[in-house]
Design a binder for this molecule. Structure first.
Ligand code: PMP
Length: 387
C-alpha cells in the first residue's frame, strides 16, 4: 500500500518548513552555534513555576472550563485594558488556547470557507500559509518591502484586497523581520480595513517586546475593533514556550465559533499552565521588563555589529529578530546560510524560509546570551571577510 495516496490533498499541498530543513542540516554537525531558534533563553519566572507546582500539589489537575479558567480570562482582559487600552469581556470575548498556535488555527478555521482568500504577509511566520491551506483557504501574499522596514502600507493593502478577500493575517512586532507598526502606521490602513469589511487576525504575541514606542494593538481602533481577532500567548514575554498557553480576543460571535472548534479538538488548555499564567499576569510585570531590557541590549549590539561588517541591518523595534540584508555578498539567502554553516558552524535561517520576499535576507534570533552573540558574530565576520 502506498500510504502517500492515503493522505488528504490539503496535507499533501503543504510544504515542509524551511526552518526545519535547515536545522536538519545543522543537527548533523557538531558544535554548531545556532542563532536560529525563536525561543527565549530565559527560564520561566519562578513565581509562575511555583503557582503551577502548587496547583498540582493541591490536585487541581482536572479539565477547566472549555474557554479556560474564568480567573485567567479576567486577568487577560484586565491586562489588555491596562497595557493596550482595549476592553474585552472574559465571558464573551476570550478563549484560552494551547499556545498562540492553536489560536491562529481556530481563528482561521472559524472564518474561512474553502476557496476564500486570506491575505498573509511575506515574509511572515511559517505557520500562517499552511494554516490557511489546511482550512481550504487560499493564501494571498503581500510582498513587504525592505525600504518600508517591512511595514504594511496602504498601497500594498489596497492592491491585495479583492471581492474574494475574507481576512488578513498580520503580525507586528514581526517574526521574522522585527518590523513594527506604530499608531500612525495603523491610522493609515484602518480606513481601508473598515471600508472593505474584512476580518483582521492580529498575532500580537511579541507585543511586550517593543523597544522604542509603546505597542499599539489594531484592536484599539474602535471603528474596526469588532473586525479584529487578537491572538497572543505567554511563550515569548513570559518565557513559557513549553507550557503551551495562549488566547484569542474577539467579538462575541467569533469567540463563540472559535470556542466551538476548541471544545471539540482540545477540551481545555493545560490546567497547571493556566494557574501559572494567572500568577504571571498578576505579579510578573517586572520580570517581563527585565527580559525586555536584556533583549534590547542584544538587539543594539547585533544591529551595530552587522552594519559594521557591511550587512545593512535596520533597527527592528520589536520581537527578538534582526533581518540583515546579505545582497552585498552576491549570495542567495540559502547559499549564505549553507556556506556559513559549513565554514563557521553558525546557523541562521534564510529569509526565504518565511516567503519569497525574504530573498536577500537572513533571520538572526537574539534570544541568546550576549556572550553567544559575540562569538557568533566574530565567526560571521570571518566568513564575510573571506568571501
Ligand atoms: N506567532 C508567532 C509570530 C510566533 O513567532 C510564534 C512562535 N514561534 C507563535 C505565534 C506560536 O507561539 P506559541 O504557540 O508558542 O504561543
Amino acid at each position: 500500500m502506498n500510504y502517500e495516496d492515503m493522505l488528504s490533498d490539503r496535507v499533501k499541498v503543504i510544504k515542509p518548513s524551511g526552518i526545519r530543513k535547515f536545522f536538519d542540516l545543522a543537527s548533523q554537525m557538531e558544535d554548531v552555534i545556532s542563532l536560529g531558534v525563536g525561543e527565549p533563553d530565559f527560564t520561566t519566572p519562578w513565581a509562575i513555576r511555583e503557582a503551577a507546582i502548587y496547583s498540582i500539589e493541591k490536585g487541581r489537575t482536572f479539565y477547566t472550563a472549555n474557554q479556560g479558567l474564568l480567573e485567567l480570562r479576567e486577568e487577560i482582559c484586565r491586562y489588555y485594558k491596562r497595557r493596550f487600552g482595549v476592553n474585552y469581556d472574559p465571558n464573551d470575548n476570550c478563549v484560552v488556547t494551547v499556545g498562540g498556535s492553536e489560536g491562529i488555527d481556530i481563528a482561521i478555521r472559524a472564518i474561512l470557507n474553502p476557496g476564500e482568500e486570506m491575505i498573509v504577509l511575506d515574509p511572515g511566520y511559517v505557520a500562517y500559509t499552511p494554516g490557511v491551506e489546511l482550512a481550504g483557504g487560499i493564501p494571498i501574499p503581500i510582498q513587504l518591502r525592505h525600504e518600508d522596514q517591512f511595514k504594511l502600507t496602504p498601497d500594498l493593502l489596497k492592491a491585495a484586497i479583492t471581492p474574494k478577500t475574507k481576512a488578513i493575517l498580520i503580525n507586528y512586532p514581526s517574526n521574522p523581520t522585527g518590523g513594527f507598526m506604530t499608531k500612525e502606521d495603523y491610522e493609515r490602513i484602518v480606513p481601508i480595513i473598515k471600508e472593505s469589511g474584512i476580518i483582521v487576525l492580529s498575532d500580537e504575541i511579541y507585543a511586550e517586546l517593543s523597544y522604542e514606542e509603546e505597542f499599539c494593538s489594531i484592536a484599539s481602533f474602535d471603528e474596526i475593533k469588532d473586525q479584529v481577532i487578537v491572538v497572543s500567548g505567554f511563550s515569548k514575554a513570559y518565557a513559557m514556550t513549553g507550557w503551551r498557553l495562549g488566547y484569542t480576543l474577539a467579538n462575541k460571535v467569533l469567540t463563540k465559533a472559535m470556542n466551538k472548534i476548541h471544545q471539540y479538538i482540545i477540551m481545555s488548555a493545560p490546567s497547571p499552565a493556566q494557574y501559572g499564567a494567572i500568577e504571571g499576569l498578576k505579579h510578573c510585570e517586572d520580570e517581563v521588563l527585565k527580559m525586555r531590557d536584556s533583549y534590547r541590549t542584544r538587539r543594539n549590539f547585533l544591529v551595530k555589529t552587522f552594519n559594521e561588517m557591511g550587512l545593512e541591518t535596520f533597527k527592528p523595534q520589536g520581537a527578538f529578530y534582526v533581518f540583515p540584508c546579505i545582497k552585498s555578498t552576491g549570495l542567495t539567502s540559502d547559499e549564505f546560510c549553507e556556506k556559513l554553516l559549513d565554514d563557521q558552524k553558525v546557523a541562521c535561517v534564510p529569509g526565504t524560509a518565511f516567503g519569497p520576499a525574504g530573498e536577500g535576507f537572513i533571520r538572526v534570533s537574539y534570544a541568546y546570551s550576549i556572550e553567544e552573540l559575540k562569538v557568533a558574530t566574530i565567526k560571521i565576520k570571518q566568513f564575510i571577510d573571506k568571501l
